[in-house]
Write a protein that binds this ligand. Structure first.
Ligand code: NDP
Length: 290
């Protein structure tokens, strides 16, 4: 057929979803996974299980990696590194920008090309509209494989630097986990007061629905270096986060998260930002704490 055949290495929940999406669009898929039994479901749907990582690399020019991290990539590919020549590795494993840059150099030393991907979707979102992946690395290589990669998610190519997709991924994922922890703290506090997660849901949803306006308002001001206290002041925020902390303490729930929030606000107060916007905390956060 005219569809490009693809190798997928790594069959966790994400790798399996990737294989199913490719098979569903008529691509031939060769797979390999350290634990061979995890290939059973995709083999039942038509994927071909390679006997070794080396055979999996040899099978196709386009090789998608979906591993826990980049150490797992070396564990799998170092013994088969002579088979990297001429391969395009699309690495959808997450790790730090520094690790992705080092990996791009390592793959290139072995005659292959590395494209970094940061998937902003859960496995259930793979192959569905509305999901997206950051990509970075050589542009012409990305373009040559774009249509196949778009079977998985929308593609958002950001530039040549192999670390860029990883950086943007970590920026978004950092916000994701911080927000999710805020949600779970809210549910724990609600539970201590006889309310369920479902009771919290409409209020949590309404609060987050207002965030796009908040984000764009502050992006403009922060980029202009403005932290004026004309809209809200850090001193007001300090009192507010202490009320949150004390409400959690009074309820007898864990206070690690609200205490960490209050500690950051306290440092901003100590730095003399009390009359400025709480966004002045950005200035504090730009430098590692001594
Ligand atoms: P898992 O951690 O469940 O998948 C891990 C895969 O890596 C398995 O195939 C596992 O093999 C393999 N692996 C791990 N360590 C080694 C090693 N030392 N040697 C060989 N193989 C190894 O991850 P997911 O499938 O959930 O996700 C894959 C990537 O996608 C991750 O980087 C994750 O951050 C990212 N991602 C995941 C999302 C999700 O919701 N799941 C969302 C967005 C991104 P084995 O089966 O033998 O253990």
């Amino acid at each position: 057929g005219s569809k490009q055949s693809v190798t997928v290495i790594g069959l966790g929940p994400m790798g399996q979803a990737i294989v199913h999406a490719l098979l569903g669009k008529g691509h031939q898929v060769t797979v390999w996974n350290r634990t061979a039994s995890r290939a059973d479901a995709v083999v039942a749907c038509g994927a071909v299980l390679a006997r070794s990582a080396e055979d999996a690399l040899a099978a196709n020019e386009l090789v998608v990696l979906s591993l826990t991290d980049y150490d797992a990539m070396y564990a799998v590919l170092e013994p088969a590194s002579h088979a990297l020549a001429g391969r395009v590795l699309v690495n959808l494993s997450s790790d730090t920008p520094e690790k992705t840059r080092a990996a791009a150099r390592w793959v290139s030393e072995h005659g292959g090309v590395h494209l970094t991907g940061g998937v902003i979707a859960s496995p259930s979102g793979i192959g569905q509209p509305g999901s997206s992946t950051f990509y970075s690395g050589p542009h012409e290589v990305f373009e040559a494989h774009r249509s196949t990669l778009e079977v998985l998610t929308g593609t958002d190519y950001r530039g040549d630097d192999p670390g860029l997709a990883a950086l943007l991924y970590q920026i978004v994922v950092g916000m994701f986990w911080t927000s999710v922890l805020g949600y779970w703290q809210a549910i724990a506090l609600a539970d201590a007061n006889g309310l369920t997660a479902s009771d919290v849901l409409p209020h949590a949803t309404e609060m987050l629905t207002g965030m796009p306006g908040f984000l764009s308002f502050y992006a403009e001001r922060i980029d202009a270096g403005e932290h004026g206290g004309d809209v809200e002041r850090l001193a007001m925020g300090m009192a507010s986060v202490e009320h949150v902390l004390h409400t959690n303490a009074d309820a007898g729930v864990d206070t690690a998260l609200p205490a960490a929030v209050a500690a950051l606000f306290r440092r901003g107060m100590d730095a003399g930002y009390g009359a400025d916007s709480a966004s002045s905390l950005v200035e504090l956060m730009k430098t590692a704490k001594a």
